[in-house]
Design a protein around this ligand. Sequence first.
Ligand code: ST9
Ligand code: ZN
Ligand code: ZN
Length: 333
Amino acid sequence: MTETENRNPHAARQPNGGMAESSTVEDVFDDTYREKDGPKPPRRLVWRNIILMTLLHAGALYGLVLLPSASGLTLVWSAVCYLVSALGVTAGAHRLWSHRSYKASFPLRVFLAVANSMSFQNDIFEWARDHRVHHKFSETDADPHNAKRGFFFAHIGWLLVRKHPDVIEKGKKLDLSDLKADAVVMFQRRHYKLSVVVLCFLLPMLVPWYFWGESLAVGYFVPGLLRYSLILNATWLVNSAAHIWGNRPYDKTINPRENFMVALSAIGEGFHNYHHTFPFDYATSEFGCKLNLTTAFIDFMCFLGLARDRKSVSKDTILTRVQRTGDGSYKSG
Ligand code: ST9
Ligand code: ZN
Ligand code: ZN
């Protein structure tokens, strides 16, 4: 495991042995950015998204109604679909492609891209681009889901309106060459719509129907729409709840918080004060696999030889930072 001792993680990042990666990842907060003076641009609603998100959530509620009629196997299958799609976001789009916090072999990247399409949260390239802008310009006009605009905006509202022009302006200046050079990322981007139809909707619905005679309706509404809307909301809670509620043991000057409920539903992504302080740590927490299934998954992949070069922060660096900028709530372990 690579221990990163200094505040600028990228100085310690290593060149990629055979895998697409640039030497820097632009995920460190940029305190030189200033929001433009004058009135904010008008909010422009995107009715297509408002209607589709309403229909999705109505479908998910109907999935809840159908839940008692689903067979045990269908429930297990729904949980498997939840877990796989979650890993496509956490171990894939987030820790691997947005932050380059570890390296993954080709077969693992293929699995993570497939899992990512199952989660239907925009393709990996777009997700990682938005996420790097989020870290670099957190809680400003250039942050796609700026939590200063309130819980609703940070949670889902940002997907229902046109982006603030600064998000696009700043995003276009990011170095995304590592993503462009990754054949798996670009293949998924080229075939994104088809992959979503097959992996997010058809596969979850057809497997229970074909293998154990579940009705197509239960297949569509339970492992399909209900599971998809749960994954979306668990992810969005990192942007909303974990930017609003919780302690700030590592840096009290930033909004992101340690939120254990979010860590649970987002399989390890709720240690958000730690994560924004040390975005390059593959575990997104200093507590290893505790409440952190994604870290256990990455460790297991390393054990199998499918991943390597996990980056982490030394205990000394953490403690020094806690002393310097923490809010006093720090508990080790
Ligand atoms: C979804 C994403 O849900 C969720 C992401 C959550 C992130 C969470 C992070 C938390 C930490 C990780 C924790 C993980 C936990 C996981 C737990 C799992 C259990 N830079 O986009 P357009 C360009 S998606 C540079 O149309 P509008 C763009 O390329 C859900 N450029 O902007 C284009 O250029 P060109 C499903 C940028 O018109 C132009 O700008 N999907 C950037 O403002 C216009 O782009 C949806 O709901 C950038 N950052 O529309 C659809 N951004 O013309 C959502 C844009 O040259 N998206 N550009 O091609 C949309 O419909 C639209 O993007 C919009 C904005 C309406 C929101
Ligand atoms: Zn955040
Ligand atoms: Zn992040």
